[in-house]
Ligand binder design. Structure first.
Ligand code: GDP
Ligand code: MG
Length: 209
């Protein structure tokens, strides 16, 4: 049974999730992939103000409505207002593995915005465009992992284009949100387990022909 359903029917929890990262790292494409399981190219993606997409995720029988906020045009961290982050349970930080500068922007987010907003925020770092050739890759997997580990953040490389790890990332986030809301556990520990489980499940599936 598909664990992902459109936002209809019973909902147990609603959670605000915000996406942040430099312009053109693929935030909107990732969100579109998550909600519609398709890769859509700009300019079909909305480019005005803040975009909000909603999807209900089923986590072990608990239906969680993820309200994911996506920026359009005001991505540079200084121009994101506090209201954008207000009430958010989770923050997805995205960089582009073909542009080193975008990892630097994430670093700035971590040091200023995150500590300023809410230290209990569930954080997930995503290195997008993992589909590119090794020639096009600038940021190594290890660099992303090092930054994430330094701050105790969970990390995955993803591709909105191929869909690699995208559902796993949002699924893990939904699971961490469920546990946070229902049990009030340590967020990063919970997300760490959820990410590992999602990736392990995927590995099991892909090695069973
Ligand atoms: N190769 C590759 N390109 C991507 C991927 N995701 C997004 N892009 C491209 O990156 C550009 C910016 O994407 P967009 O979602 O608009 O970025 P945003 O400004 O962060 O919302 C577009 O040209 C996309 O086609 C991906 O996973 N792989
Ligand atoms: Mg966008």
């Amino acid at each position: 049974m598909n664990a992902y359903r459109r936002s209809s029917g019973r909902v147990d929890h609603t959670a605000k999730v915000v996406m942040a990262g430099d312009c053109a790292v693929g935030k909107s494409c990732l969100l579109y992939r998550f909600v519609h399981d398709e890769y859509i190219l700009p300019p079909y993606i909305g480019t005005v103000a803040v975009d909000l997409k909603v999807k209900v995720v089923d986590v072990d029988g608990t239906r969680i409505r993820l309200q994911v906020w996506d920026t359009a045009g005001q991505e540079r961290f200084r121009s994101l207002t506090r209201s954008y982050f207000r009430g958010a349970l989770a923050l997805i930080l995205v960089y582009d593995i073909t542009k080193a500068e975008t990892l630097h922007i994430v670093r700035e987010y971590i040091s200023s915005v995150v500590s300023d907003v809410d230290e209990n925020l569930i954080l997930l770092l995503l290195g997008n465009k993992s589909d590119v050739s090794s020639r096009e890759r600038i940021v190594s997997y290890k660099e992303g992992l090092n930054l994430a580990s330094k701050h105790g953040i969970q990390f995955l490389e993803v591709s909105a284009k191929t869909g690699s790890n995208v559902m796993e990332a949002f699924n893990a986030l939904a699971k961490a949100i469920k546990i946070k809301l229902e049990e009030g556990c340590d967020d990063q520990k919970v997300l760490a387990q959820a990410v590992q489980q999602s990736v392990l499940q995927k590995q099991k599936k892909s090695c069973c022909f």
